[in-house]
Design a protein around this ligand. Sequence first.
Ligand SMILES: *Cc1c(COP(=O)(O)O)cnc(C)c1O
Length: 397
Amino acid sequence: MKNQLIARADSVLAATYKRFPLVIERGQGCTLWDTDGRAYTDFVAGIAVCNLGHACPEVAKALCDQAERLFHVSNLYYTLPQIELAAWLVDNSFADRVFFCNSGAEANEAAIKLARKNFHDKGQPDRYKIISMEKSFHGRTFGTLSATGQQKIREGYAPVLSGFEFVPFNDIIALKRRMGDDICAVMLEPIQGEGGVVCPDAAYLAAVRQLCDDAGALLIFDEVQTGMGRTGRMFAYEHSGVAPDIMTLAKALGNGLPIGAMLAKENVMAAFVPGAHASTFGGTPVITAAALEVVRVMERDRIPERCRKVGEYFKSRLQALMDRHEIIEDVRGLGLLVGLKLKTPGASIVAECMKRGFLINCTQENILRFIPPLIITHQEIDALINCLDDIFSEMRI
Ligand SMILES: *Cc1c(COP(=O)(O)O)cnc(C)c1O
């Protein structure tokens, strides 16, 4: 049955994804079940999306209740859940205003457009260049892939959008050298996710903020992956005490429902006047009602704080594993965005974990990335650690 399904999928779907041979049918909390009835403990969470776990009952209820009332009316009118969600985001971040869209790429696309429009409106249309980081990831639309500092993602799509320059992440000297009055914004992830769970030095973000202020450029934080409690704070920028001018969110904001948001300070968002930007589905009632429940549950259950504690435990267990196994080069990350750098490619470890009932992810070839639901328990972490310990021990024999 499963093989037939997979063969059918591979005959009708675009081959854009290299998928694992699993057909997943159901989830609850941190567990997923496939069509063979096998259970997996999920350390991927739909790529840092299902922060409250699978089939979160409160979110499911909010979604169903709103679906019985109103799906969609477009942004020609106001709707209640959109207003409440925007107000929550404004009350709980540096930002004054929110633009809603449907994905991380769209949120970043909006951020890029807003940055350019700011300088256009100030009579500086030539000031359109954006500096982003090597190994960054900002999305797959033309604008965002142009901002993405990975050649393999731009491959085959030339010419990409012009006006993007790249400097190494966590290198303040390189940024300083490139800064100038032709730069409209600096765009970065506070911790690089797809780039391999790369955390910058403690003083880096403050130094970037200073360079932007000195040059009169805007600072954009892409918190599509790091936002919504993932790093042990609601937003990763809070660790540094450095606020951006523009921030993008998506992945975990809807716990699996498609939503993106671009947040900005009042004076910056002022460039988005009526007609300047739009999205048919942006902030539609069903999705914003669900996202509003996501943030309520996060507050009620103090999810960021919980993530901070559980993440520290997870990292300490991985560090102990590193002491036992030569193959591990580094343990890094913040909260439950955790990376384990290996001295060898990680694909076979991912496959071996799957055989033993654990879903994990590998990025940049040799970095195992652990991004479980933030409700993961010590017992579930212990079980994964034992599984990895066995796999690494067997590799040595
Ligand atoms: C996933 C991701 C994106 C792209 O989000 P999509 O919803 O896939 O468009 C952008 N930036 C970062 C940091 C991401 O992790």
